[in-house]
Design a protein around this ligand. Structure first.
Ligand code: GDD
Ligand code: MG
Length: 342
């Protein structure tokens, strides 16, 4: 089975971490996000993935020069300009010569959902009621940040509303970012312009009665914001078999008097004497000074948190950025957006 994995977005909500790095190459509990995504696909029988690339495609081809990753073969499809989700799927699938039903995955979603069940559901819906596509759904508490989907008793989608205003969602089942598509869907996507699958293609398929969906239970997270980026890391650490609380790169240097709990430490980072790192992500070569505290925050590559500084409350410190010794940051983003050259 083949899959198209969308990894071409700008990752704006994770800036400044994504100013030079695609979101899916950010480290999550010891390896780039994309490797978690691909390993999950491999577990469910996907052998070849077309990576749908746009923003900073070289980051992927440099990291996986032999075009294999986590047990799957990679094909690279680089858009000449951002085509949005449906345009990207059409471009990638057409380039790779896909001509039978295939899987599509939002490349920033981590989960343990059984994708084989989605394929089985789709094949039955295609036979029974000519479904052209099936969407995996999950239940969430606040659906307003996602595509909200309602279905009839047979699983036919009756409404697909992308990011409805709070209080206006037609239910709590949301698009989990996994689809099975028949190749006919590609013919519904106009060529040569941006097309959004959630706002344009899916609603037109709902009107034609050819879109189905099924709800799964299980662990699921979209790693699109700093809060969910930290949460995804904590979830993976909490779920890990073996050492349950930390993912420490072998070359990380942690002072014996430092305390590190539920955190991921990248290669070559240094955690100073009596420093505390809790529920956080520390990138490669970052330095956490003596007596500093980092809690529920992200410290970018080669960033420096000075001695006795405190960084908490989902602060995001960009690569190569320095937090002066003794300062306290709560929910801060550094460098500040006005200085970003995008
Ligand atoms: N190649 C390419 N080109 N990829 C793109 C483009 C593009 O123009 N735009 C976005 N992507 C990729 C992103 O990199 C990401 O992996 C995926 O498409 C989805 O984009 P996000 O920006 O993460 O969307 P979202 O999280 O706000 O919403 C989407 O995902 C939710 C579930 O995680 C929607 O599909 C929602 O309906 C869904 O609930
Ligand atoms: Mg997302």
């Amino acid at each position: 089975m083949r899959a198209v994995v969308l990894v071409g977005g700008l990752g704006t909500r994770l800036r400044p971490l994504t100013l030079r790095t695609p979101k899916q190459m950010l480290p999550v509990a010891g390896k780039p996000m994309i490797e978690h995504v691909l390993a999950h696909l491999a577990e469910h029988g996907v052998e070849e993935v077309v990576l749908s690339l746009g923003y900073r495609p070289d980051a992927f081809s440099r990291a996986y020069p032999d075009a294999t990753c986590a047990g799957v073969r990679l094909v690279y499809a680089v858009e000449p300009e951002p085509l949005d989700t449906a345009g990207a799927i059409r471009f990638a699938a057409t380039n790779a010569g896909i001509d039978e039903r295939f899987v599509v995955v939002n490349g920033d979603v981590l989960s343990d959902i059984d994708l084989s069940d989605l394929v089985t559901f789709h094949d039955a819906a295609a036979q029974r009621s000519a479904a052209q596509a099936s969407i995996q759904l999950v239940g969430v508490e606040d659906p307003s940040a996602y595509g909200v989907v309602s279905t009839d008793a047979e699983g036919r989608v009756s409404a697909f509303v992308e990011k409805p205003p709070a209080g206006h969602a037609p239910g709590s089942a949301i698009n989990a970012g996994y689809y099975v598509l028949e190749p006919e869907v590609l013919e519904r996507i106009p060529d040569g312009r941006r097309v959004n699958i959630e706002r344009e293609t899916f609603p037109s398929m709902v009107a034609d009665g050819v879109l189905h969906a099924t709800v799964a239970k299980g662990w699921w997270i979209d790693v699109g914001t700093p809060e969910r980026y930290v949460q995804a890391t904590l979830d993976l650490l909490d779920r890990a078999v073996g050492d349950p609380t930390v993912a420490v790169a072998p070359s990380a240097m942690v002072a014996t008097s430092a305390t590190v709990t539920r955190s991921a430490l990248g290669p070559g980072c240094r955690i100073g004497r009596n420093a505390r790192v809790e529920d956080s992500i520390v990138f490669s070569r970052a330095v956490i000074g003596n007596g500093a505290t980092v809690r529920r925050s992200v410290i970018g590559a080669s960033a420096v948190v000075g001695d006795a500084a405190t960084v908490t409350g989902l602060s995001v410190i960009g690569n190569d950025t320095e937090v002066a010794g003794g300062t306290s940051l709560d929910g801060a983003v550094l460098p500040t957006p006005d200085t970003w050259a995008t």
